[in-house]
Design a protein around this ligand. Structure first.
Ligand code: FAD
Length: 470
């Protein structure tokens, strides 16, 4: 007969919010266990955000080296050594895992490596990684089990053993010809990196534009960047079937409005959305309901349909970013301490780490129109930002939506050099509910990207009609 171990708090999955809740609640004095089947620290440091940005940075160095002459630097022999690229990334990941293990130890959380499955309300059995099982129950249970790459049901695709981001970020070689299925941020970041390492790259997107949530002019600018880097992009393109094996030879039949394309390539990367890790873990035995897409149903305090059980991060349908998951941690921690923080009306920024970056906070024009929001638009090419001249990176533009009836900033999109940091400046103003005039009249350091905001807004009149001074 197996005995059940009891904890005050049981966290399943070491996703961003789960691990912070475990560390914090344990330090608050609650006996806490966290179960993780594979990745100490979850996806972000192991197979997602941080490794991808590490690899992308190596690709940027390759791109600089390839055009070194334009900067007056001689780099006569430029070569890409993927094993060394991987070594730099792996050293970073190993270090991050060490940092995580130290935090588990310092906080007193019992880290149990194994796969958890519910057998009763708030009770799981754990198939331990080192063999054997344990049964563990929590007074409070937190699900932080994340998502995985979805593999579309295209005939032959699964049999072709396509890469997901996990394998693509671990490649020790440069594919001759990589086909990327999916034109969202994961696909685009990795497509550009592969191209810069020397692969021929084809991106297949079923929608009519890249980055489907962005404004058409933003998507068009991204497309222009990709075409400039000699990346083939097929839009409105549906993969009909796949033959062969990724890593050797693959043949994709792709239907587009211009007819059927047959693409012969060496490798396929699937970046076509995410699937929550919620199937086959016995949630039905614990009274935890899922929505039609398999995400855990939660309210705005991230409480599930089962008493004493919360879900956080990607698996709870939160915006699929590490910073959103981190905020989920704050919402649940606050609730447990009797506070009133919710997920309602959060300002969730995002950045696509292409080079240059695409960053946005708040609404864009498409959303504003769809929601019937009236706005004034301030827009400007990045070439008008003097900083970009010093970098020889004048590509892109920025645009700000300002409320028609007031001077409130509704949203800001920037595609260009230093976009993520520039966006954070506007985000701060939005959080402080500052009128755009505060940015317009601010004294920013010269020459920084933020200085460009004063130029962007110089001629925008206020709601009451007064103009700036530039
Ligand atoms: C390639 C890529 C790049 C990305 N880049 C960025 C970026 O730059 N910025 C950004 O903000 N976001 C980025 N994201 C998204 C980001 O990684 C996630 O949104 C974020 O990590 C939140 O995930 P999570 O905390 O919900 O779950 P995860 O971090 O996925 O953690 C879930 C954990 O639960 C474990 N688990 C699952 N089931 C069980 C079980 N039954 N028992 C035990 N353990 C289990 C898993 O092994 C995993 O470790 C990227 C994603 C990808 C794929």
């Amino acid at each position: 007969m197996t005995t059940t171990e009891h904890y005050d708090v049981l966290v399943i999955g070491s996703g961003e919010a789960g691990k912070y809740l475990a560390w914090t609640l344990s330090k608050d004095g609650h006996r806490t266990a966290l179960v993780e089947r594979r990745m100490v620290g979850g996806s972000c440091p192991n197979v997602a955000c941080l490794p991808s940005k590490n690899i992308i940075h190596s690709a940027k160095v390759a791109s600089f080296a390839a055009r070194a002459a334009a900067f007056g630097i001689r780099a006569d022999t430029v070569g890409v050594e993927m094993p060394s690229v991987q070594q730099r990334k792996r050293a970073m990941v190993e270090d991050l895992v060490r940092v995580h293990l130290a935090r588990y130890q310092a906080s007193g959380v019992h880290l149990i490596m194994g796969a958890a499955r519910f057998v009763a309300p708030r009770t799981v059995t754990i198939a331990l990684r080192d063999g054997g099982t344990r049964t563990v129950a929590g007074e409070r249970v937190i699900l932080s089990v994340g998502t995985r790459a979805a593999i579309p049901g295209v005939p032959g695709l699964r049999e072709a053993r396509p890469m997901t981001h996990v394998e693509a970020l671990d490649l020790e070689r440069v594919p001759d010809h990589l086909v990327v299925v999916g034109g969202g941020y994961v696909g685009l970041e990795l497509a550009q990196a592969a191209r810069r390492f020397g692969s021929q790259v084809t991106v297949i997107e079923r929608g009519e534009q890249l980055a489907r949530r962005e404004d058409p002019d933003v998507a068009a600018a991204l497309l222009e960047l990709f075409r400039h880097e000699n990346i083939d992009v097929l839009l409105n393109a549906v993969v009909r079937d796949v033959e062969g094996h990724s890593g050797e030879h693959v043949r994709l039949r792709v239907e587009t409005p211009n007819g059927l394309h047959v693409i012969e390539a060496t490798d396929v990367l699937v970046a076509a959305g995410r699937t929550p890790n919620t199937n086959d873990i016995g949630l039905e035995l614990a009274g935890i309901e899922l929505d039609a897409r398999g995400y855990i149903v939660v309210n705005d305090r991230l409480e599930t349909t089962a008493h004493g059980v919360w879900a956080v991060g990607d698996c709870a349908g939160s915006p699929q970013f590490t910073h959103a998951a981190f905020d989920d941690f704050r919402v649940v921690h606050d609730t447990l301490k009797g506070g009133s923080r919710t997920t309602r009306d959060r300002l969730v920024p995002f950045c696509m780490f292409t080079d240059p970056e695409l960053a946005r906070v708040g609404v864009n024009e498409s959303e504003a129109r769809a929601r019937g929001i009236d706005y004034r638009l301030a827009t400007m090419p990045m070439s008008a930002v003097l900083r970009t001249r010093t970098l020889s990176e004048p590509r892109g533009f920025m645009k700000m939506l300002i409320d028609t009836g007031s001077d409130r900033i509704l949203g800001f999109t920037v595609f260009g050099a230093e976009a993520s940091e520039l966006m954070a400046t506007v985000q701060t103003a939005m959080l402080g509910q500052l009128p755009f005039t505060v940015l317009r009249d601010a004294l920013f350091t010269h020459p920084t990207a933020a200085e460009g905001l004063t130029v962007l807004l110089a001629n925008v009149a206020t709601a009451t009609g007064s103009a700036g001074q530039a």
